[in-house]
Write a protein that binds this ligand. Sequence first.
Ligand code: NAP
Length: 262
Amino acid sequence: MADITLNAPKLFDLSGQVAIVTGAGSGIGQRIAIGLAQCGADVALLDRRTDDGLARTAELVRKTGRKSIEIAADVTNKASLAEAVSRTEAGLGALTLALNAAGIANANPSEEMEEEQYQTLMDVNLKGVFLSCQAEAQAMLKHGRGSIVNIASMSGVIVNRGLKQCHYNASKAGVIHMSKSMAMEWVDRGIRVNTISPGYTATPMNTRPEMVHQTKLFEEQTPMQRMATVDEMVGPAVFLLSDAASFVTGVDLLVDGGFCCW
Ligand code: NAP
């Protein structure tokens, strides 16, 4: 007999929740922002891009019937993030969800990499996630409730064959372990922190024309013989952010088409 206290679809319902998404002007962040709105959340869209990216995301969120605000900010700037959270709460209500996807990628052999290239990437990919989580959690701790998902990468778990990007790989390993650490700091105060580690995903980051040869290799090296679409990151994000994952914290969810099994 059905247990009438269980309502499984409702577990994924984000109605009444307010989310902030960094990197919302492009790729994975953009798609997840739209997915969160489709599940009922109002969404603050943050990106350093002031071009059409954010406006396009906002337009698609509007079509879901949910509210959004657009915030041009750099995740390496602590003051901008504090202001972004304030604007989110003033415009949309108490912040309860955060999805941190802003990130950059580049490559260079370790023996040649300039300190500046290393530092710039670390500042965005690792310090940027730290500062984002810090600003978001300061609000969530006041409400005694929140769920944060950081976008790491399978590169934080394995070393991508042929890609000379030690700084990127280290930044993503850092995001995974930092997120577990934060999950434990806040575990008794109502905040969950998890990561998603995508495998090769078709986004502007790696579908540029000069990447054609590389993307063919990405497809061949992936057990599923293709790259992920951005849509395939939405379900895992909704799951981890929602009450469907209410007992899940400190987890890294690999969404990699089986890549890390080989
Ligand atoms: P994307 O299409 O380039 O989107 C990333 C967005 O973040 C861009 O709009 C970017 O702006 C923005 N951003 C970069 N630095 C920022 C900063 N300092 N402050 C605010 N916004 C900033 O890339 P994506 O492929 O969707 O990547 C999203 C996340 O997934 C990244 O963390 C990436 O490392 C991770 N990931 C991607 C893949 C993949 O195969 N695509 C695989 C594993 C993990 P700009 O365009 O100005 O840089």
